[in-house]
Design a protein around this ligand. Structure first.
Ligand code: NAD
Ligand code: TYD
Length: 348
């Protein structure tokens, strides 16, 4: 029987991965290890918390003795590692917390996996979930391929790049059975409103200024979070051992165009006049070292695994807006307290 340790399963993407695995694989035991930082929220997975094949453990991936104990007591066979500090703006203010969780935490998990299975790795997988940001920034042309050299430009992407290198180094040195994915920007339900799309939805709803960095010309490739969770399922079960797969939506948008589209969707939903919400757009000081463009070529995952995004962006965005409007209490709870302090300091 598989007993899979999913780290960061109370966060945005992790909660969708935990739900998919708990529901789809009743024969697997899913152990969710999450420190419940500001970004982790057990409400994200309240619907599956009583499932017989699910267990939550509150704890830090950097805590070596806890991680070792979990491997023993839960007889962990595989790892899907998502726990991370994930927000670029926060990494600019406090890089060391990114080094701690993303690098030290990843190596702690790798060590526990090596100790648990020694050289007997047959049938086990250490799956590391990473980002396209490790490849750096593109000009107007070209795509990130799995072979694109790493060129991280922010403390966040440098810490994720470092964790990717450690995972591959363990595969080379200790023959660890690894799989990696590097995914583009995710959006969808349960994303913490420090990231572009939920932040804009929250501010449009509350008639607050919409802070667009620089001129809003930066481009990101957006993927609905459930499509990312489906890709992780596919790669975990059918991806080749030792391989990396790029995951993305072939769906590039300039930030300013997304903000306009959100304004227009929400004008309709909130009964406002067309154009009313876009008056809230405010151009603010650009992010330091702001990457211009990310664009993923996900052909390898599509061709080898038959995975593809299931939703058009406009449809996914509308579903996302609906979720935030229907889950006002979730939004109010996560934007109270510490969020207010972060917001005031960052957007002062
Ligand atoms: P998130 O910030 O929403 O969630 C991170 C989770 O990790 C939270 O539940 C938090 O409590 C937990 N965590 C943080 N530090 C921890 C620690 N030391 N020990 C245990 N748990 C800890 O992040 P997300 O957006 O869901 O991203 C998940 C993963 O996917 C990350 O590894 C990220 O780099 C990667 N990723 C994210 C995106 C994106 O667009 N959000 C895109 C590609 C890859
Ligand atoms: P973000 O959601 O932080 O993801 P990432 O930086 O990892 O791609 O930001 C997405 C884009 O939106 C990025 O180009 C920065 C921009 N942005 C704004 O213009 N205003 C904001 O308030 C935020 C949070 C982001």
């Amino acid at each position: 029987m598989k007993s899979i340790l999913i780290t960061g399963g109370a966060g945005f993407i992790g909660s969708h991965v935990v739900r998919l695995f708990v529901k789809k694989y009743p024969n697997y035991k899913i152990v969710n290890l999450d420190a419940l930082t500001y970004a982790g929220n057990l409400e994200n997975i309240v619907d599956i918390e009583d499932s017989p094949n699910y267990k939550f453990i509150k704890g830090d991936i950097c805590d070596e003795s806890l991680v070792t104990q979990i491997f023993k007591e839960e007889n962990i066979t595989d790892v899907i590692h998502l726990a991370a500090e994930s927000h670029v703006d926060r990494s600019i203010k406090d890089p060391l917390s990114f080094v701690r969780t993303n690098v030290f935490g990843t190596v702690t998990l790798l060590n526990a996996f090596v100790s648990a299975w020694k050289e007997n790795f047959e049938g086990h997988v250490f799956y590391h979930v990473s980002t396209d940001e490790v490849y750096g920034s593109l000009d107007e042309g070209g795509y990130f391929l799995e072979t694109t050299p790493y060129d991280p430009q922010s403390p966040y992407s440098a810490s994720k790049a470092s964790s990717d290198h450690f995972v591959r180094a363990y595969a080379n040195t200790y023959k660890l059975p690894i799989k990696l994915t590097n995914c583009s920007n995710n959006y969808g339900p349960n994303q913490f409103p420090e990231k572009l799309i939920p932040l804009m939805i929250n501010n449009i709803k509350n008639n607050q200024p919409l802070p667009v960095y620089g001129k809003g010309e930066n481009v990101r490739d957006w993927l609905y979070v459930i499509d990312h969770a489906r890709a992780i399922d596919e790669v975990f079960h059918n991806g080749k051992m030792g391989e990396t797969y790029n995951i993305g939506g072939f769906n590039e948008w300039k930030n300013i165009d997304i903000v306009h589209l959100l304004c227009s969707i929400m004008d309709k939903k909130l009964g406002r006049q067309e154009g009313e919400s876009s008056k809230l757009i405010t151009f603010v000081t650009d992010r330091a070292g702001h990457d211009l463009r990310y664009a993923i070529d996900a052909s390898k995952a599509m061709n080898e695994l038959g995975w593809k995004p299931s939703l058009q962006f406009e449809e996914g965005l509308e579903k996302t807006v609906d979720w935030y409007l229907e889950n006002e209490e979730w939004l109010e709870r996560v934007t109270s307290g510490a969020y207010q302090t972060y917001y005031k300091e960052h957007y002062a």
